[in-house]
Design a protein around this ligand. Structure first.
Ligand code: HEC
Length: 169
């Protein structure tokens, strides 16, 4: 390898280290095209994620689902506010490392302008690279992520548990 190339590579490495993952930039690059700038989605085509991600992030299986959908994608029928979705979301696991996924999800959760009424009062513990790594190790398919969503919904609409209220103080 030429000396200049080696130097350039070292420089790129050093810059990457200096500029830690930027949640907003990651959102713009990987999520915004479908879920839109404010996470509002396109009803009937791309579900909104502005409220849901914060809600889901407040209890364990919900967090697992949010990470899994981001890493592995999602395929199957779902309902949101009376709109039916039967779409496909590709996974972004290959595009981002664990740290970047955690930074992206924390950025989404922190968007106060995105918070919906009942999401606003929920405490959400930050995502960590370790938590993302644990889910990545599950190596799910988009269909399996959908099964996870069914589990999440059963818990959300079940007799007792209400998202964000009973779990994760
Ligand atoms: C190419 C379009 C597209 C992109 C880009 C995309 N999504 Fe999705 N997303 C979808 C579709 C379509 C669904 C619904 C899938 C279905 O119907 O099963 C979805 C569903 C979701 C859900 C589930 C919402 C719920 O309420 O259950 C989450 C969470 C989510 N996306 C997060 C993300 C994140 C985070 C990113 C960026 C890393 C992202 N999406 C990028 C199309 C996309």
């Amino acid at each position: 390898m030429k000396k200049k190339t080696v130097l350039a590579l070292m420089l790129v490495g050093a810059l990457g280290f200096v500029f830690a993952a930027d949640g907003e930039a990651l959102y713009t690059q990987y999520c915004q095209a479908c879920h839109q700038a404010g996470g509002e989605g396109i009803p009937g085509t791309y579900p909104f994620i502005n409220g849901p991600i914060k809600n889901l992030s407040s209890f364990d299986v919900g967090r697992e689902f949010v990470i899994a959908a981001t890493l592995f994608g999602l395929k199957g029928e779902m309902m949101q506010r009376g709109y039916a979705y039967d779409g496909f979301m590709p996974g972004y696991g290959p595009a981002m490392n664990d740290e970047e996924v955690a930074t992206l999800l924390n950025w989404i959760v922190e968007q106060t302008s995105w918070r919906r009424r009942n999401a606003a009062t929920q405490t959400v513990r930050p995502y960590t690279a370790e938590e993302v790594a644990r889910v990545r190790a599950l190596a799910l398919t988009p269909d399996q992520v959908h099964e996870l969503l069914m589990k999440v919904e059963a818990q959300m609409h079940g007799a007792n548990p209400v998202p964000g209220r009973n779990q994760n103080p």
